[in-house]
Write a protein that binds this ligand. Structure first.
Ligand code: ATP
Ligand code: MG
Length: 579
């Protein structure tokens, strides 16, 4: 492509709307433009990157035996009522009515539609296994759309669904997808981890996330420094080895309520009593479909809501507004404690091993100290209820956990028979028995993958695309447009790149060299070739890799080694040097 002909509106200024680097760079590099919150247009340069990711995704999905379909984006409410997700999915589901007042939604995911399709087509075990996928626009009315394509409301997803005769076969399908995903993200040139994950609103019983490591990521992942255990922090377990209890004050009874005005946070309370936060306990009221409960954890730890939800066996769990806790339970948020409360109490496994502790007195503005587990309070449910922390012991070996931040780009689930039972998707097995199909589902955020790639591959000057997904593999900078010889050579070289099918951006604009260098750095082509009058006289063209500072000169009369460089890049991505 000639830069002079391309709609590639690069921006010098950093747009105010953008919070993370990839978002800023995607706007500056003329890849996307915002239409409304979380809704973007893809400009040519952006779309090329997306299409490159999609091509890799399609190749690997096809290799894994999946077949491409394209399902409707608009879905009738009846299907979602059948799966019982019409009410459960909540406000992220964009609902609307057609002219006949029938309810529809814009698909945020396609379990219902695909299960409906397959239940009507597949009758026999002979037609299984089946894995169908699509690359399609989804809509989720995210509460906080942000970071550009990273968390949009309208976004492109590759979603796949597998159908199998039994759990063993479904596990094989799951493993095939796990492998395909690993190939996909490796081929995209990303540094990622596959981690155990929660299955969230999609449901099911087993799941992994593919997380691209990046400081700015919204997800935190825990991984063992010794073995291959890795899990989303939401899900991560750790081994707990209790330390001995400090029993100095244990003989003394619990104190009277101590007035602690304006001490609503753990920090305030710890400062007031001149202790460290881990001598206090944090008591929080949660509400779920099963009612209210109180969760008690050490003061310096965070409650893991997913663990609480799992222990309760609840469908949903949230922190109710303080006013509701006061009105319905007569409890003052900010001054809560587990003594003499009428709702079920769940205690983290560390609490029984704490010495005398400080907690709220369930009275506005008051706390208790010298509170002892077993003596002053106890409860039936003692479990691991906190978020795992760096340095804790690995649940599998004697290594310890480290925490990294990352971006979830893919998510695979073993669904079991959740949807096939609800929608009655059955087949006749070889023994003549009618059985429910065993399903899996597998998603990749295409736009988010591009954003994550940029988040992981950039410097202060701009993007540094991994070779495989770079919209153009090479930028050819003509520094002397007025020189007929230079321009003639550049034209010839440009044609040769086109002939060799190596995607090239030829900067033939009537701009100063400085502008061309800046744009090439911003746009992040893996290879930059520059030719000016001086180089032409010396008979050399200069090549530089975007992700390194070294450059190399190639003789104009023999470019064989330049073509070898591209052959190597094609196979080894950008992790090679110019030597
Ligand atoms: P998240 O936890 O980030 O909200 P999710 O668990 O809801 O994501 P899935 O239902 O697993 O997402 O969707 C599959 C993939 O689709 C995700 O791994 C992600 O790459 C992508 N994706 C999900 N939501 C968005 C979004 N709002 N914007 C862009 N991509 C998204
Ligand atoms: Mg997910």
């Amino acid at each position: 492509m000639r830069f002079s002909r391309m709609h590639l509106p690069t921006l010098k200024e950093v747009p105010a709307e953008a919070e993370v680097l990839s978002h800023r760079l995607m706007l500056r590099a003329g890849m996307i433009r915002r239409l409304a919150a979380g809704i973007y247009s893809y400009l040519p340069f952006g779309l090329m990157a997306l299409r490159n990711v999609e091509a890799i995704v399609r190749q690997e999905m096809n290799l894994a035996g999946a077949q491409e379909v394209l399902l409707p984006a608009v879905q009738p409410a009846e299907l979602w009522q059948e799966s019982e997700r019409w009410d459960f999915y909540g406000k992220e589901l964009l609902r609307f009515k057609d002219r006949h007042q029938r309810d529809f939604c814009f698909g945020p995911t396609h379990e219902e539609v695909i299960t409906d399709l397959v239940r009507n087509e597949v009758r026999s075990y002979r037609q299984l296994p089946l894995n169908l996928y699509q690359v399609q626009t989804k809509f989720r009315d995210e509460i906080r759309p942000r970071f550009g394509l990273m968390r949009g409301r309208e976004f492109i997803m590759k979603d796949a669904y597998s159908f199998d005769v039994d759990d063993v076969a479904a596990t094989l399908s799951y493993q095939a997808m796990h492998e395909a995903y690993s190939h996909i993200f490796s081929r995209c040139g990303l540094n990622f981890r596959a981690v155990e994950a929660d299955s969230g609103a999609i449901g099911g019983n087993f799941s992994h996330e593919f997380v691209v490591l990046a400081e700015s990521g919204e997800d935190a992942i825990a991984s063992c420094t010794k073995c291959d255990y890795a899990a989303n922090v939401e899900k991560a377990q750790s081994k707990f080895v209790p330390e001995s209890v400090i029993e100095s004050e244990v003989e003394l009874p619990v104190s009277d309520a101590v007035a602690t005005p304006d001490c609503e946070s753990i920090e305030d309370v710890a400062a007031f009593f001149k202790v460290s936060p881990n001598a206090t306990i944090k008591s929080m009221v949660f509400e779920s479909d099963l009612g209210f409960c109180m969760v008690v954890v050490p003061g310096d730890r965070e409650v893991n809501e997913l663990k609480v939800k799992a222990i309760l066996g609840a469908n949903w769990l949230e922190i109710p507004p303080s006013a509701r806790v006061a009105d319905d339970l007569g409890l003052p948020v900010g001054y809560l404690g587990p003594l003499e409360v009428s709702i079920p109490v769940l205690v983290d496994r560390m609490v029984p091993h704490m010495g005398p502790m400080i907690c709220g007195a369930n009275r506005n503005g008051y706390h208790l100290h010298r509170v002892c587990w077993g003596r002053d309070f106890t409860c039936e449910t003692v479990a691991d209820l906190v978020l795992a922390r760096a340095g804790e012991l690995c649940p599998r070996c004697d290594g310890s956990l480290q925490i990294d931040r990352g971006i979830e780009v893919g998510h695979i689930f073993k669904l079991g028979t959740k949807y096939s039972e609800k929608l009655n998707a059955t087949f006749l097995d070889h023994d003549g028995q009618e059985k429910h199909m065993v399903m899996g589902c597998y998603g990749i955020g295409v736009g988010r993958t591009v954003a994550a790639a940029i988040e992981q591959n950039h410097d202060e000057n701009g993007i540094s695309f991994p070779y495989a997904i770079a919209p153009f593999k090479v930028a050819l900078l003509n520094l002397d447009l007025k020189s007929a010889e230079v321009t003639a050579f550049c034209e010839k070289l440009y044609q040769e790149f086109l002939r060799r099918n190596i995607s090239i951006l030829y900067d033939d604009r009537n701009e100063r060299p400085g502008v061309k260098f800046k744009d090439a750095d911003l746009l992040g082509m893996p290879v930059r070739l520059t030719l000016g009058r001086r180089g032409f006289k010396q008979g050399i063209i200069e090549a530089k890799l975007r992700n390194s500072t070294e450059s190399k000169e190639f003789p104009l009369d023999n470019l064989d080694s330049l073509w070898s460089l591209f052959d190597e890049l094609e196979t080894n991505d950008s992790r090679i040097s110019l030597k």
